[in-house]
Design a protein. Sequence first.
Length: 492
Amino acid sequence: MTVTNTIAGELSQFKNGLLPSEFKQNFNSNYTFEVSPVNYAQNMFIVLTLPKEIFFGSSNVNCYGLAGTDTENVTCSTDTRKKQITLTDAVTFQRGNPGKIRFMLDSLKNPKDNIETGSFSIETYTPDEWVLDKISTNVTVNFYCEYPCASCNKEVKDQCYSCYSAASEKLFFEYSCYETCPAGYVNTTTNNCTECIEPCATCVETPDTCLTCIEGYTIIAGTTRCRERVYWPFPFILTGVLGFILITISEIVTKRESRFKEAFIAFLSLPEVGAWATLIVFMWWRVGQTGPSLLAAVALLLYVTINFAHAVIHPRKMVPHSLFSYKTLVSEYKCSTYFFRIISYLISFKFSLILVSYFWLRPRFKGDYSALNWKQFNRFSLAFIFLPYPVMMVSCCYFLFTDGFFSYPGFVAVEVIALSTTLAVLMLLDALSSIKCRTVGKSKTNKAIRVATGADYESEEEKPHKRAVKRQRKTRDIDDFGDDSYGSENSV
């Protein structure tokens, strides 16, 4: 097959070069060349052009194959006028690219002075003389530097700035040349030893292709990636599960007189906020001020804004329009009521539901919201569902997709997704059921209200407040949303 090519491929200076056997001035030396073809053709020939500072040491130049050639004895011809040497049968029989061709020329004379020569030129051609590859820059020999420095500090000749690519000590690291890079470093395509990127302790080919990992990390089986050794017992989910168990026991003991949904939302809100804050700290520590951590910070800021709005509206608009049972909490259990309300103002508005949860039928938790109160609370719920919640979910998913699951922020991100999604679903169902109640008749609404919205806790037709709360719950008639004011209750 004939290869036709009109544009020469560019040979890399870091994979193609030469090295004299002696660095003495005006001395006949053997020169070893290394060529890594980009384009290849069987029976191609190689043309070397000498710089003006290098001369032929004799009329006959012998060529010897060292690697990648068909035989050790290679035929070469010289053109003294052009200062060229042509190797004609280095790869006569090889059909595929050998990758690296290494050969030696004898009887080339070094310069008379301690100088850096001009660049040698290396070209490869097809048998019908179409150019394949070429390099004509940066293939030099420096005679004032100490070997193996290819360039150096002129005042300190063994302080290297680069190394000969054809030498065994071709890898540059901290002003010296080495055969292999030190531990924790890897040879790059520029023959520089580059430090492995953490968490790689040692690496191969690229700085982020790990062989071993730093302390606290382990190799993922079947890959070259490290992951953290994470010891995380999922404390926030565990706290939520314990709360679920306590609330379930309360439901059983009270024969379902307690309010499971309200208690569960209140209990779950505390580990949820803890998970959000922990996630932001872990993300900031691991990835800095990047997309996921910034999104998580925005989500938390939105959450704080909703809590602030609740802290303003709840005591001014919701408490004055609550039912008598809720106002009783303020008067008879003042300290505990204010304590729980302060937690809801500072941490999560959802925790305010603890006061209307009838948890274990304790008097401190046996308050009731009016329809107006529930309407306002649902507004906060929807604000959470449509503002901070989706932003935080995008942050968590983005982090898990880009950084992976096996890390402390990855584990906490899973906790955030689980806790916040559970709360968002419960609050969304509550809000949707309230909308449904407005669209159906009173006779068809009672059951739906009783199950989903908590309106049975707030009917305006409940019996006078002086009756026992338990008696009220058994005898009162559930009415649709009406006048929620305490004054209208008294008038009944």
